[in-house]
Design a protein around this ligand. Structure first.
Ligand SMILES: NC(=O)c1ccc[n+]([C@@H]2O[C@H](COP(=O)([O-])OP(=O)(O)OC[C@H]3O[C@@H](n4cnc5c(N)ncnc54)[C@H](O)[C@@H]3O)[C@@H](O)[C@H]2O)c1
Length: 338
């Protein structure tokens, strides 16, 4: 193994799947995570899948001196930065927690990278940086305008990283704007572990399916869409993981800052998604249509052509496969990693 990557937030949902992809591609992986939203049990699962063990350091990214020591100790040549808090609703209720954790972590990491002379970085951004008034498909040049503190943290970190790359031409930075990651590794060994009641549709539907939650609430069926429910771009987490690998390979050869949408380029409505889950689990899910949720826009899906042209990356998995893999993980691990 001649390439060594630091994966921050690597015990989390997308980080663990990307760690698998990196290990399988021959990278040595050092994970730094404070386990605020993950479990160290994921490490043995990663080893079970790949036959390889990532090195794990339990630390908070905001602790710059510890992070700098990690760079001294291991021959790290690149970083994939996932660590962050991600619950939109919580970010509205506790904005300072989000600005402190997400901005503080990114700034601390960049400082440690500067001190250590490492200048290749892939950052987990989000489609939430786009203005909700943009028409779909949304491309990378669309107007930005996050509407909540979580999205703002992604926007500010993107700005900071763009300035870092402008100020020092040695940097290679990839800003990956994900649409709606769902699914799990096909073994069912790793997947998403929502704490408490899930905020996102698919984890919520899955918990209704295993009868942990009583019923699914559909927020509005009177939107201007073919079946009246909101349309989103769901992308398999394993496809996303491959996207990080593709971005890293590009950045190993190309300087500057680059932005790529990672989505399928296809929209799926809430009702279509529920029908697919029902098909996978073989039964109907209790559900009720309630009023619209404030802030929801009818249609959001990606223009993913830039990633296809520049990274030769395309999402490959269908919505049926995404739901089947998510269900496989959920039924094998009804309580996550507990
Ligand atoms: N899942 C999504 O829907 C989605 C969509 C777009 C963008 N993203 C972004 O992708 C990244 C990964 O998302 P995920 O779904 O895997 O989330 P996750 O919560 O499963 O993983 C994030 C990891 O970061 C760790 N972490 C948080 N703050 C930390 C800190 N200060 N120091 C060290 N570790 C810390 C958590 O313990 C967790 O393991 C996040 O930055 C998220 O904002 C996620």
């Amino acid at each position: 193994m001649d390439k060594c990557t630091l994966v921050t937030g690597g015990t989390g949902y997308i980080g663990s799947h990307t760690t698998v992809a990196l290990l399988e591609a021959g990278y040595q992986v050092i994970i730094v995570d404070n386990l605020v939203n993950s479990s160290d049990k994921v490490l043995s699962r990663i080893e079970k899948i790949t036959g390889l063990a990532p090195i794990f350091v339990r630390a908070d990214l905001r602790d710059t001196s510890t992070i700098t020591k990690v760079f001294k100790e291991y021959p790290i040549t690149s970083v994939v930065h996932f660590a962050g808090l991600k619950a939109v609703k919580e970010s509205v209720e506790e904005p300072t927690k989000y600005y402190d954790n997400n901005l503080g972590s990114a700034l601390s990491l960049v400082k440690a990278m500067e001190t250590s002379g490492v200048s290749t970085l892939v950052f987990s951004s989000s489609a939430t940086v786009y203005s909700p008034f943009e028409d779909s498909p949304v491309d990378e040049g669309a107007t930005l305008g996050p509407t909540n503190p979580y999205g703002m943290t992604k926007y500010f970190i993107e700005r900071m990283l763009t300035d870092v790359a402008l100020g020092d031409k040695d940097w290679s930075i990839g800003l990956l704007r994900y649409f709606n990651p769902i699914g799990a590794h096909s073994t069912g060994l790793i997947g998403e572990m929502p704490r408490g009641t899930p905020n996102n549709l698919v984890p919520y539907v899955m918990q209704v399916a295993i009868e942990k939650l009583e019923k699914l609430y559909i927020f509005g069926d009177d939107y201007e869409t073919p079946d009246g429910t909101c349309i989103r771009d769901y992308v398999h987490v394993v496809d996303l993981a491959r996207g990080h690998l593709a971005a890293l390979r590009f950045l190993e050869k190309t300087k500057g800052s680059h932005i790529w949408n990672l989505g399928t380029g296809k929209g799926t409505s809430v009702l279509e998604l529920i029908q697919t889950v029902e098909e996978v689990i073989g039964k109907s899910i209790p559900k009720e249509v309630v009023g619209r949720r404030s802030g929801d826009v009818p249609i959001v899906y990606a223009d993913a052509e830039k990633a296809s042209e520049e990274l030769s990356w395309r999402a490959e998995n269908t919505i049926l496969k995404m739901c089947a893999d998510h269900w496989n993980w959920q039924k094998q691990n009804p309580d996550g990693y507990q």
